[in-house]
Design a protein around this ligand. Structure first.
Ligand SMILES: *Cc1c(COP(=O)(O)O)cnc(C)c1O
Length: 346
């Protein structure tokens, strides 16, 4: 890995971040707060939230096994994705390399930040082609985007291939593990000590069933987290979100029950879909969704919509011709899908 200084944009290196009113004040039993031009009425919403969300990070640290200084919290993973461009990539000069197909936000954020985006196809079986990926890298490549389990293909990337990229590439490697709760592989956030160039993304939007509160996590070295914190909006995570997350963390039983239910449903639904005459292939899944290759996918998609069931049509995505991406729902929802597909053509 190049020194972090060299990977970081010059303007970010020399940036003096915004100083919050309460940064100057370090506790010491004050009772009267006249420093931030807040309205003294309407507690608790009248006060600015903690810019570093320390209470929430302390609780997350226990659940995720990552020290609080190595946790960045943002307005969804989307915020972390955008910040990674803004911290490391000089517009029109630097580039990033990603797998294809993959999660669409990496490209959208590249386009918004005017950074060249190089897409390297996965193998036909959706495994990572680390040779091709590393061949696409040049001296101006700052970031490699990996998504594991990958969206929309559903498979976890082979750890050995990912480690090869981490060890060989001179820049930042992002491993987006939004779906890592749905398999038993060792998560990459457990290996931050070994890989100083690693950023792992997690989210509250999937297993944690809280897409609406917009809370994403990035785990990385203290130095990288410091850079993300320097560039983010001072109060990027609001107090309603923080309180909802703290409440959820106090009730891990729910999370475990949801996981068990969804995994059981996944194990029923995949073979049932595979048996349908219109199904050409079902790809094994390490996530809470799976990809199915369907004869006449566009037509079947529309048929399902007409029956009030929405899946994701990925048939125009590379390597995914005729593929529908199906999220695991409740047993009732999955049965509704199966019933509709069984009635198709009758
Ligand atoms: C759903 C998803 C996310 C979650 O994004 P949020 O902004 O946290 O909701 C991140 N990465 C991937 C690959 C996803 O599929």
């Amino acid at each position: 890995m190049l020194p972090l200084q060299e990977l970081t944009r010059k303007n970010v290196r020399s940036l003096t971040p915004y100083s919050c009113a309460r940064d100057d004040f370090k506790g010491r039993n004050a009772k009267v707060f006249l420093d931030a031009n807040e309205n003294p009425y309407n507690a608790p919403y009248n006060r600015y939230p903690d810019p570093l969300q320390q209470e929430l990070k302390a609780k997350l640290s226990v659940v995720k096994g990552v020290r609080p200084e190595r946790i960045f919290l943002g307005n969804g993973s989307d915020e972390a994705i955008d910040l990674i461009y803004r911290v490391f990539c000089e517009p029109r000069i630097d580039n990033v390399v990603a797998i294809a197909p993959t999660y669409g936000m990496y490209r959208v954020a590249a386009d918004i930040n005017d950074v060249e985006y190089r897409a390297v196809p996965l193998h036909e079986d959706f495994s990572l082609d680390s040779d091709a990926l590393l061949a696409a890298v040049d001296t101006r490549t700052k970031v490699v985007w990996l998504c594991s389990p990958n969206n929309p293909t559903g498979n976890a990337l082979e750890r050995e291939a990912v480690e090869r990229v981490l060890l060989s590439f001179h820049g930042i490697v992002v491993v987006d593990e939004a779906y890592s709760d749905f398999n038993d592989y060792r998560p990459f956030r457990a290996d931050l000590d070994r890989f100083p160039n690693l950023i792992v993304l997690n989210t509250f939007s999937k297993l944690w069933a809280s897409a609406a509160i917009r809370l994403g996590m990035a785990f990385a070295s203290e130095e990288i987290v410091g850079l993300l914190n320097k560039v983010k909006y001072p109060y990027n995570v609001n107090d309603l979100t923080t309180q909802a997350a703290i409440k959820l963390l106090a009730d891990l039983q729910h999370i475990n029950l949801w996981r068990a239910t969804l995994l059981k449903e996944r194990s029923h639904l995949l073979p049932a879909i595979a048996e349908l005459p219109i199904c050409k292939a079902v790809y094994s899944s390490d996530a809470n969704f799976f990809l199915a290759r369907i004869t006449g996918a566009d037509f079947v998609y529309q048929y399902l919509v007409n029956n009030g069931i929405v899946v994701r049509n990925r048939s125009n995505v590379e390597l995914c011709a005729d593929c529908l991406r199906i999220t695991i729902g409740t047993p009732e929802e999955n049965n509704a899908l199966l019933g509709a597909l069984r009635r198709f053509g009758h």
